[in-house]
Design a protein around this ligand. Structure first.
Ligand SMILES: [Zn+2]
Length: 370
């Protein structure tokens, strides 16, 4: 199933009443994990570790759900369009498998409620992509949201047919008709894209059209759409929705990387200037404690143990809280707690993939409000 706001709301409001809830996030990105068996192994390891944990903490009722989740992963999935997997299970009461077009961080949580932070982050950060595919007589428009088509329209305008008995004298005249029809069609295609945009606005527009008509098509676009052009794909209007979706994902990945890079640059510039940005775990944890994080940027896969105080402070070193001097409790992954804390403070969380500029400053940073 696809991710919608309702899905998150349902999960966040889920009350098991009875047993514990298992939440699994798994990175199944085929570019990082070319062999699916590696994903299965990572899921099996997460499940083994969770089984060890729950046997001692009163959540042993989760064992069956943990096995079921592992089975689900072993059943495989279509990785051409799925890069992240989220599964939520609680006995008879809850079973949800969500395939995401973006990667997630491996995580398995057994708790009283579904663990939805990563889903929230994915949902809050996603962009909508419009696609306009055209040739000389057809046009199709799509809007993609989280890898799913949420809107589409199409247009077919048959070109004037060549008359076999037309003499040479009429050839030029006929060509004029033909070209006028193409011009007209491209204008209609551009208009159709704008109508779709008005109904379902998108952040970026992807164009697919033969080289000899693409420039004219782009010129015909409304200025709102012109400024949203994110790239071209060589996909004809007759392509299958599967092929169109794959091409969109490629562009989406490029746009996403560029967005992350711009964000990391802003964070680093802010940190260098001493205002508006911080880098490194200690500084970021302090900024979250002071509730002044606007956007948290984290390298994908960054996890490290740390400490949490009952006063809300987070720290990489314990055990005495630097703010209230109380004794803090250890946490397995303070990065995860920091992400949850940032989301709770209505900050954005941007998970960055293979960003060397972020890695070099400690794999974490933040834009700060003051
Ligand atoms: Zn404290």
């Amino acid at each position: 199933m696809a991710l919608t706001e309702d899905t998150i709301r349902d999960l966040a409001g889920f009350e098991s009443g009875a047993g514990p809830v298992v939440s699994l996030y798994l990175d199944v990105d085929g570019r990082r994990w070319p062999r699916y068996a590696e994903c299965e192994e990572r899921a099996a390891r997460l499940v083994r570790e969770a089984l060890d944990r729950v046997s001692g903490n009163g959540h042993s009722g989760a064992a069956a759900d943990l096995h079921r989740v592992e089975e689900q992963v072993r059943g495989g999935l279509a990785r051409s369009t799925t890069r992240g997997l989220a599964i939520f299970a609680s006995g008879e009461a809850l079973w949800k498998v969500i395939e995401l077009p973006v990667a997630v961080k491996d995580q398995l949580v057994v708790n009283d409620c579904p663990h939805v932070h990563q889903l929230e982050a994915v949902f809050n950060n996603h962009m909508r992509f419009g696609v306009l595919l055209a040739d000389r007589q057809r046009a199709r428009v799509f809007v993609f949201e989280l890898g799913e088509i949420v809107e589409k329209d199409e247009l077919f305008e048959a070109l004037p047919r060549h008359e076999d008995d037309a003499g040479d004298r009429d050839r030029g005249h006929e060509r004029g008709h033909f070209e006028a029809a193409v011009h007209q069609h491209l204008k209609h295609a551009a208009k159709a894209a704008f109508e779709v945009y008005k109904h379902r606005p998108f952040d970026h527009l992807i164009i697919g059209a033969p080289d000899d008509i693409a420039p004219e098509l782009e010129r015909d676009l409304h200025s709102y759409l012109k400024e949203r052009i994110a790239g071209r794909v060589s996909v004809p209007p007759s392509a299958s929705e599967h092929d169109i979706r794959s091409a969109v994902l490629e562009v989406e990945t490029r746009v996403e990387r560029a967005k992350e890079q711009a964000m990391v640059e802003r964070v680093r510039n802010g940190a260098a200037a001493g205002r508006g940005g911080v880098t490194g775990l200690d500084e970021v944890l302090a900024a979250i404690g002071e509730r002044r994080v606007d956007t948290l940027v984290v390298s994908q896969g960054f996890a490290t143990p740390g400490w949490r105080c009952s006063c809300g402070q987070l720290a990489s070193r314990g055990r005495t809280c630097g703010v209230c001097s109380a004794e803090m409790e250890p946490v397995d992954d303070v990065v995860e707690v920091a992400m949850a804390g940032a989301l709770h403070q209505a900050a954005h969380v941007e998970v960055c993939l293979d960003n060397a500029d972020l890695d070099v400053v400690g794999r974490i940073g933040a834009l700060t409000r003051f």
